[in-house]
Design a protein around this ligand. Structure first.
Ligand SMILES: Nc1ncnc2c1ncn2[C@@H]1O[C@H](COP(=O)(O)OP(=O)(O)OP(=O)(O)O)[C@@H](O)[C@H]1O
Length: 230
């Protein structure tokens, strides 16, 4: 079992000396096995990010974490942000020298990755000069360059166009044995994942295989608004 939570409750900070704040996650029981591809869905504030954070802190060493805000270093290039995903594979000296003058081997690996991400021509551009979708692709590149068996992504393709979102989600799922990904786009959840977990107000309200589910089922779980926006 890669992840196992048993009736776990989680609150942010403390409201007072005697009581914790309201629970962001309540009574979460969950087991995820190696090889599973899990989509986490649910309305804004349901607890998806909180659950992903909890899972990441339970297993940081084998997980490639792609947070909602990207977590990029603005002053560094696309190359260096992606390279930072693999810092733990090298010595500090190697990492420092590479920061100033990229070595041939990582440069080749990162060029391949940047091509797959559509960022080949931006490799040495500072990430503060990129669009939201480009930054999101850098964050995906950094997670891919960690080369870990588990991918934990918090809305990792929300700023991409539909074709790119499909392609890059497929790439991420191919390169990680296990993936748990929060998504607002229910079509991506149904098309790419074999298990769907729906959260609402910090509780799991559905956990089951995606096979047999339709968009209408997900919309009902999601309590989608009248506009039907994804
Ligand atoms: N840093 C924080 N401090 C205090 N409360 C927080 C913090 N982050 C989230 N919360 C609260 O925890 C609850 C769950 O939030 P969370 O970010 O996990 O939801 P989410 O499903 O990921 O939402 P979204 O789809 O908008 O990203 C919300 O009620 C939110 O207000």
């Amino acid at each position: 079992m890669i992840f196992h939570l048993d009736q776990q409750t989680f609150s942010y900070g403390k409201r007072s000396a005697h009581s914790a704040g309201p629970a962001a996650l309540s009574d979460i029981s969950l087991s995820i096995k190696a090889g599973e591809k899990v989509a986490l869905i649910g309305p804004s504030g349901a607890g998806k990010s909180s659950l992903l954070n909890l899972l990441y802190h339970n297993s940081p060493l084998q997980s490639a974490w792609c947070p909602q805000d990207g977590g990029l270093v603005d002053s560094l290039s696309v190359y260096n942000n992606i390279f930072s995903g693999g810092l733990e594979r090298h010595s500090t000296l190697y990492n420092l020298v590479n920061l100033l003058r990229p070595f041939a081997a990582p440069r080749k690996e990162i060029e391949v990755l940047a091509r797959q991400l559509g960022l080949r021509d931006k490799l040495f551009t500072s990430v503060d000069q990129l669009s939201g979708g480009q930054r999101q692709r850098v964050a995906l590149g950094r997670a891919l360059y960690r080369q870990q068996p588990v991918f934990l992504g918090d809305e990792p393709v929300s700023s991409l166009d539909p074709l790119q979102a499909d392609e890059l989600l497929a790439l991420v799922l191919k390169q990680h044995e296990t993936a748990i990904v929060s998504l607002h786009n229910r079509r991506l959840a149904l098309n790419h994942f074999d298990r769907i977990i729906t959260l609402r107000a910090g509780r799991i309200v559905f956990d089951g295989p995606s096979a047999g589910l339709t968009m209408a089922h997900l919309d009902a779980m999601y309590e989608v608004d009248a506009s039907g926006a994804e």
